[in-house]
Design a protein around this ligand. Structure first.
Ligand code: CP3
Length: 353
């Protein structure tokens, strides 16, 4: 067992007393913990090697690959948390939805779900459907020791958008048309998807995940009014189902309704790069925040990246606690050495004076 420099040997140890989990609970430690969305993935040569010839969703169903890929960024960067290697569509695939993740594209369905008959495809997720998730999480918790594992799921709106559009969408117009034209079908769709996401998180938490993140990546396409009315209640159901571990709620382009994301039942509010963290903290009083370095800036001069890290750490002090992260996932062409430098800089920064 390793004792990190931040911990006194007599203090309780284990992931639940890690800097990351403490920050999620609103406790400001000696420094901000740091991890990155999509820290595992194509930016890492060791990931590309392991994935060679293995389709994305197949790799997610193989515990040996899941554990190796999840560990890769922990080993390379010494980040303060691991994120479970999987995908938001894994639970859909597990209940028999014809879905594939196409490289460079994202999730693509064999046939979109747009009618009541289509909806019947979406049966509830049973723990037995994702035994490989249970097995992978248990193996990871064992290997990670003091380092917490973050479990995750897609939020109902983001998952529903893939289901209804049949793939990635710029304007989400079929989804929005359905939401407004057939409220009853929308309600049934989101209810089913919420139950699936809740069950997926439940398996990860039961197997030992120390925190969860609900990804509502495309919620920023919505007006605050629509979000509040026909999306937030379903995300709230998912978050409410998570009993014991901290819940991070993240969206992209959601600055206009951060308070609604907090009220949905978040312990930590994830913030993209569009809003300074001190302003985000002001919008969600009392909540720890996570974010928010623009992933596209990682290709800028090192001095620029350093200055951004320092600015974000300073702005994060406006919240009860701050989990350092990007404003969205690591882009595939990111130089891993730049991320290593960010981790080093965040971890070297001391407690606020
Ligand atoms: O390191 C991690 O963050 C953990 C693993 C993780 C993946 N997907 C692995 C992955 C997580 C947390 C996700 C969540 C996910 N999947 C989201 C929410 C997060 C976000 O980025 O907003 C979304 C929207 C998806 C759907 C999805 N899956 C997309 C848009 C893509 C990218 C398609 C592409 O090739 O550009 C995927 C594929 C995917 N998921 C990859 C990885 C590592 C890339 C697969 C590859 O080609 O190797």
């Amino acid at each position: 067992m390793t004792v990190t420099s931040e911990q006194h040997p007599t203090e309780p140890s284990g992931p639940s007393s890690s800097l990351f989990v403490r920050a999620c609970r609103g406790e400001r430690g000696p420094r901000a913990p740091v991890w990155f969305m999509r820290q595992a993935g194509r930016s890492l040569p060791e990931y590309r090697r392991v994935r060679e010839g293995v389709p994305m969703l197949e790799s997610c169903a193989r515990p040996d690959m899941v554990t190796e890929i999840t560990m890769q960024p922990v080993r390379r960067y010494g980040v303060d948390a691991a994120i479970f290697y999987s995908d938001i569509v894994v639970p859909l695939k597990a209940i028999g939805v014809d879905v594939d993740v196409k490289p460079g594209v994202g999730p693509v369905l064999g046939a979109p779900i747009r009618s009541r008959a289509d909806l019947d495809q979406l049966r509830p997720l049973e723990p037995d459907d994702v035994r490989f998730v249970d097995e992978s999480v248990r193996a990871l918790v064992d290997q990670l020791g003091e380092t917490p594992l973050i479990g995750f799921a897609g939020a109902p709106f983001t998952l529903a958008s893939y289901l209804v559009e049949g793939g990635p969408s710029k304007h989400h117009e079929v989804t929005k048309a359905l939401m407004h034209s057939d409220p009853e079908l929308w309600h049934d769709l989101l209810s089913r998807v919420a139950a699936i996401s809740a069950a997926f998180l439940g398996v990860q938490v039961a197997a030992g995940a120390s925190a969860v993140q609900l990804f509502d990546s495309w919620a920023g396409a919505l007006s605050a009014r629509d979000y509040a009315r026909v999306v937030q209640p379903y995300s709230a159901r998912v978050l409410d189902s998570v009993g014991t571990v901290p819940r991070i709620h993240f969206g992209v382009g959601t600055s206009e309704f951060l308070p609604l994301m907090a009220e949905a039942g978040a312990d930590v509010v994830g913030v993209d790069w569009r809003l300074p963290l001190d302003e985000a903290a002001h919008r969600v009083p009392g909540k720890p925040v996570q974010g928010n370095l623009d992933p596209a800036l990682l290709g800028a001069d090192p001095a620029v990246v350093d200055a951004e890290v320092d600015r974000i750490l300073a702005e994060g002090r406006g919240a009860p606690a701050h989990v350092f992260n990007l404003g969205h996932g690591v882009l595939p062409d990111t130089d891993p050495d730049v991320l290593a430098r960010v981790v080093e800089r965040v971890q070297a920064a001391g407690a606020p004076g």
